[in-house]
Design a protein around this ligand. Structure first.
Ligand code: GLU
Length: 313
């Protein structure tokens, strides 16, 4: 659909206002104690298209914990380091299992199904850590976020990182289990330290949508014209987001929204309308699969209003 800049902003604001009113808000994640403190009344939505037109509604400028959305950016960095060799230690099939499931790993000899379940993301972080101190690896991840979002104010929330460090027993189990198969090269405690800190990066919807632009525009940042990744890589990352970005809710997200997307237990969702726009939604209440409930509802409304589903209007 053709729209003007003011149409886009109006549509986004309408959806945000409607979401603010809704009473079905899902449940805020409580297994990371620091995340349980976030108010479930928050809702933000931000869209930026190729021409730089913006739609911004609700709490779009409030930073939240990006959690698993960080996995999109660490996947991009790790592919930049080792290219397709990455696919030897992590698969690219949907898991059909919860984000922190351990059962599949045993059957599949320690090779995680995809880079977006926790086990896969930990294996990807291990690749980024190799040859570096944890502090350097984290610095690299954070600088990448600054570069993509064109915003140096993006930070790690140390309270969230230490909260997860103290309670991340399942992730420790996954990492140790993979280590026993030789899938993790570095010491498990160091890999987990980097992983917990990357998940604790705090960003607003605006910053996240800005950071996702290269995925919407064939690997290019449309405001500078700079290639972040080759077009083929952007296309493939989008494919993995579509099939695996919402854990065992990925089918439902594709069915309803029809866009590649990645959720985090902080309630954020990054969604990509290829060739059109980068979108971030945030509502902290989650559904049973651990994905933002109203984030998904809002994105379904947005893609319908604009005819953006990749499966056709
Ligand atoms: N840091 C979270 C964990 O490892 C990420 C999960 C998510 O956002 O889905 O449990």
């Amino acid at each position: 659909m053709n729209y003007s800049a003011s149409d886009l902003d109006r549509i986004v604001k309408d959806i945000a206002e409607e979401m603010k009113e809704r009473t079905d808000r899902g449940e805020v994640a409580s297994y990371i104690p620091e995340l349980a403190r976030v108010h479930n009344s928050a809702f933000g939505l931000y869209v930026i298209d190729e021409a730089g037109n913006v739609g911004a509604g609700g709490d779009f400028d409030t930073p939240f914990s990006i959690q698993s959305i960080s996995k999109v950016f660490t996947l991009t960095l790790a592919l930049g380091k080792v290219g397709d060799h990455l696919w030897r230690r992590v698969g690219r099939e949907p898991s059909g299992s919860p984000f922190n499931s351990i059962v599949q790993l045993e059957r599949e000899r320690g090779i995680p199904r995809n880079p977006f379940i926790n086990a896969g993301a930990i294996a990807v972080t291990d690749v980024i850590l190799s040859g570096h101190q944890p502090r350097e690896a984290l610095g690299e991840i954070l600088r990448f976020m600054h570069f993509l979002a064109d915003d140096e104010s993006i930070k790690i929330d140390e309270n969230v990182a230490s909260s997860e460090q103290q309670t991340g027993f399942r992730n420790a189990a996954l990492a140790n289990y993979m280590k026993s198969f030789g899938v993790i090269d570095n010491p498990v405690n160091l890999v987990l330290g980097v992983y917990f800190h990357q998940c604790a990066i705090a960003m607003s919807c605006r910053q996240l949508a800005m950071a996702g632009r290269f995925l919407a525009h064939h690997g290019v940042n449309p405001s500078t014209g700079m290639h972040v990744v080759p077009a083929e890589r952007a296309r493939r990352i989008n494919a993995v987001m579509l099939t695996c970005g919402h854990y065992d809710g990925s089918g439902e997200f594709a069915f309803r929204v029809g866009l590649p997307g990645k959720s985090g237990v902080g309630g954020g969702v990054l969604a990509i309308a290829p060739g059109k726009a980068s979108i971030a939604a945030w509502s902290p209440g989650l559904d049973a699969a651990g994905n933002s409930h109203l984030g998904r509802v809002a994105l379904e409304k947005l893609s319908k209003r604009l005819g953006w589903s990749i499966f056709g209007g």
